[in-house]
Design a protein around this ligand. Structure first.
Ligand SMILES: Nc1nc2c(ncn2[C@@H]2O[C@H](COP(=O)(O)OP(=O)(O)OP(=O)(O)O)[C@@H](O)[C@H]2O)c(=O)[nH]1
Length: 620
């Protein structure tokens, strides 16, 4: 039996499992996608670091060559200062101003060993040099203690006249190994920053030039805010003197921008170049691609979820339909078992769809109904005996009308075979056979027919049945075979009843009926029209033949008494004869009746015929 709950439960268990797997796969996909996005970001960052590192290295080389140039110019000027030819020296200073940072040199100063300014490029040759001393400056004090040629880059200082930040490049002068003063070139920090800005103009990117102690010398952006500061103490290059280059990510405290930094020490000089690329800008294309990928995947996921919901709905509907179908099949199967007919249902390809055990027993087939499902009709026929196979010819699907027929088997049983086509919208869906053993029904029908057409006392045709046959016979009678109607009536039967009683009278009637039947041939028909009146139909008889037969009957009745326990009863009969041809039911009866009347009037126990014209008799 079908059970609703388990089937329902089963389908939901399967769906739950499918959803679990589906959602698990989706989650795994998204985790993998996220991992891949992180990877892309990391790779983009590594590439940015690489780019920054290469660019920082190139910048450091460029700055180094600039510094070497300044150093060379200062050394060259020192040599000429010691020649004491101020005119030539001033000319060389003019040339140096052109050479150092493309004319951005602020000032060149020469001092004596005490720090007193002996030459100032701002002072014209015909003017006295102002009384200035740099003796207290760091760079002077450092250089004063060195007895080998030394080049110093000092932290930026504000020019008191221009209020500009300037970076001081200084070199000591030695005469016979003794400190004899310094030469100093001052360059605006803005100029250094501008040189870098030309390469990295965007404010997201930054180039820093710092001393090894972290002091800013130049910064492409926010220069003013940075020049009197140092870079944050945690920067790698401050505490890893062993490293020549490196990189780090940081949010600059000056402008709050997050950058990917790569730094490089400037070979031979105590300074570091650091290039920071704006992280957001560098990664923006990758982040955009990731965002687009996430959007596309989200849409695809939503579509997949919608599709999965739709499929779930279809599966549930299908499962419900299947369950309903199974229940219907089960009901049908129960019906098939109970139905008294044998049922065989086939599809449009003559494949067995349904069969019940009643059919198998009617066909004398020893098999389980389920074993026949799916078999072709021809396979079923080979399993059947010849007789049964003939009952179920291969169905023709073009037949549209029900076919009903009766067959008899060799055991005398009658079967009704009903073939019903199954069609829908002009299309054949198959057909069904219903087979019923109707032997009993047939027997009962026959009994009813007999009851309806037979006289109970004599077993002869009753009046209605006899007249029906007479009517048929009248239609087929011909001049050569006219046929005849005999009306027979027992003579003085009232006396028999009166004398011997009614039961004895019945016996007489019964015996006379028997006598009449005994006198006739197989084809002749006898009936009791009522009371003591009988009729005989001789289908092909001529008048002469009918007369002879009537006479024989009359003689037989007269010579055959009815013997009861106490009596022997002799009776006679009178007979009227009429020919069928050319008459209808009423006229032929009327003629035979008149002939009978004549026989009665003429003394009874005789046969009288209708008197026909000579040509009529000849024909007969
Ligand atoms: N026992 C018996 N008597 C019947 C039956 N049917 C009719 N009868 C009797 O048959 C008799 C017929 O009588 P009538 O018609 O007078 O004719 P009849 O006495 O035979 O005289 P005729 O025909 O003139 O020779 C009646 O007494 C009926 O009661 C029957 O089925 N059984």
């Amino acid at each position: 039996m079908l059970s609703n709950k388990p089937a329902h439960h089963r389908i939901w268990t399967r769906l739950d499992l499918a959803w679990l797997i589906f959602l698990g796969l989706l989650a795994a996909y998204w985790l993998r996608l996220d991992f891949s996005h992180q990877n892309q970001l990391a790779q983009a960052q590594v590439q940015a670091q690489l780019r920054a590192s290469q660019a920082a290295h190139a910048l450091s080389m460029q700055v180094r060559s600039q510094l070497l140039g300044i150093n060379f110019i200062l050394e060259h000027l020192i040599e000429h200062w010691q020649d004491h030819d101020e005119a030539v020296f001033r000319k060389l200073v003019g040339l140096a101003q052109q050479g150092i940072f493309k004319g951005s040199l602020d000032v060149i100063i020469v001092t004596d060993a005490e720090g007193k300014v002996l030459f100032n490029s701002h002072t014209q040759s015909d003017q006295p040099v102002s009384e200035l001393s740099v003796a207290k400056r760091d760079y002077f004090q450092q250089l004063a203690q060195r007895n080998e040629p030394s080049f110093l880059i000092s932290r930026p200082v504000r020019n008191v006249l221009t209020n500009q930040w300037t970076v001081q490049f200084s070199h000591n002068m030695l005469i016979d190994g003794q400190f004899a003063g310094i030469i100093l070139a001052s360059v605006p920090a803005e100029h250094l920053a501008e040189a870098f800005r030309q390469v990295y103009p965007a404010h997201e990117d930054v180039v820093l030039l710092v001393l090894n102690d972290g002091q800013y010398l130049a910064r492409t952006h926010a220069l003013e805010e940075s020049l009197d500061k140092k870079v944050p103490a945690e920067r790698e290059f401050l505490h890893r003197p062993d490293l020549q280059s490196g990189h780090y990510n940081a949010v600059a405290p000056i402008d709050g921008v997050e950058r990917i930094y790569a730094w490089h020490r400037i070979p031979d000089f105590p300074a570091v170049i650091s290039l920071g690329l704006g992280r957001e800008k560098v990664l923006s294309s990758v982040q955009l691609a990731i965002k687009a990928s996430k959007t596309q995947n989200l849409l695809a996921t939503i579509l997949l979820l919608l599709a999965a919901l739709w499929i779930t709905r279809l599966v549930v509907i299908k499962a419900k339909q299947n369950r309903a179908l199974l229940q219907t099949q089960e009901r049908l199967a129960t019906l098939l078992i109970r139905v008294p007919s044998g049922v065989l249902l086939e599809d449009e390809n003559n494949r067995i769809v349904m069969v019940n055990s009643t059919l198998l027993s009617l066909l004398n087939l020893d098999a389980e109904p389920s074993s026949l499902i799916g078999l072709h009709h021809s396979q079923l026929l080979t399993m059947l005996g010849q007789e049964q196979a003939a009952w179920l010819p291969m169905a023709r699907n073009n037949l549209k009308q029900r076919q009903l027929r009766e067959v008899k088997d060799s055991a005398g049983r009658t079967f009704e075979i009903d073939w019903v086509p199954i069609r829908r919208n002009f299309r054949s869906l198959g057909h069904a056979w219903f087979i019923q053993d109707i032997s009993e029904r047939k027997k009962k029908e026959q009994e009813l027919v007999t009851l309806a057409t037979t006289d109970a006392l004599t077993g002869l045709h009753n009046r209605r049945s006899f007249l029906d046959i007479l009517q048929q016979q009248l239609k087929i009678s011909t001049p050569h075979c006219p046929g005849a109607l005999l009306l027979l009536d027992i003579d003085h039967f009232k006396r028999v009843n009166d004398t011997y009683g009614h039961p004895a009278g019945d016996l007489v009637i019964h015996n006379i009926a028997q006598g009449i039947r005994d006198s006739l041939r197989q084809d002749d028909i006898t009936g009791r029209l009522g009371g003591e009146e009988f009729a005989v139909l001789l289908p092909k008889a001529t008048l002469q033949h009918a007369q002879q037969l009537a006479e024989r009957i009359r003689e037989h009745v007269a010579a055959t008494p009815t013997i009861t326990q106490t009596e022997t009863i002799y009776v006679t009969i009178s007979i009227g004869v009429a020919l069928l041809y050319g008459q209808d039911e009423n006229s032929v009866q009327s003629q035979a009746d008149q002939a009978l009347y004549q026989a009665k009037n003429a003394g009874r126990n005789r046969v009288c015929c209708v008197e026909y014209a000579a040509d009529e008799v000849e024909q007969a």
